[in-house]
Ligand binder design. Structure first.
Ligand code: SF4
Ligand code: SF4
Length: 137
């Protein structure tokens, strides 16, 4: 199994530093790969990244919610969305995302479609090569 980063990820980067096997890679280009991605073949399911995410975006693969009920105000980030999010990441760097949408309270979202991109990123996608163009965002 592996852990999965869902579209609740806004690239805070808090998770990356704690991964003991360094299998979390910031997606590039951002408008095509807007999250941080976990290499499913390398992740050891230690769970260390989960409490480090201020946005509660990371789940064990078999616990990715199919009916997440939004608190309201949280952002999802996904290819094709056009909302704007700005913030400061775990290291004090700027985050600017133009692939977002803010959820409304009580809205129910299925995050299980987010599982596949985590695999695709490493199989046919940029994979670890994205680290070469990592600009800190
Ligand atoms: S800590 Fe959460 S929001 Fe930040 S990069 Fe990791 S998964 Fe994404
Ligand atoms: S569960 Fe552990 S090994 Fe897997 S991505 Fe998170 S910190 Fe890394």
């Amino acid at each position: 199994m592996t852990h999965i980063i869902t579209s609740l990820c806004v690239r805070d980067r808090g998770c990356i530093d704690v991964c003991p096997v360094e299998c979390m890679v910031p997606g590039q280009p951002i408008n095509e790969w807007p999250w941080i991605y976990i290499d499913p073949d390398t992740c050891i399911d230690c769970g260390a990244c989960v409490p480090e995410c201020p946005f509660a975006a990371i789940f064990p693969e078999d616990e990715v919610p199919s009916a997440y009920t939004a608190k309201g105000g949280e952002y999802i980030s996904n290819v094709g969305l056009t909302g704007h999010f700005e913030g400061t990441n775990h290291h004090g760097g700027k985050i600017v995302l133009d692939t977002t949408r803010q959820l409304e309270a009580g809205e129910v979202v299925d995050f299980t479609p987010d599982i596949k991109p985590n695999y695709d990123f490493f199989k046919g996608g940029p994979g670890y090569g994205a680290k070469d163009s990592d600009d800190g965002m």
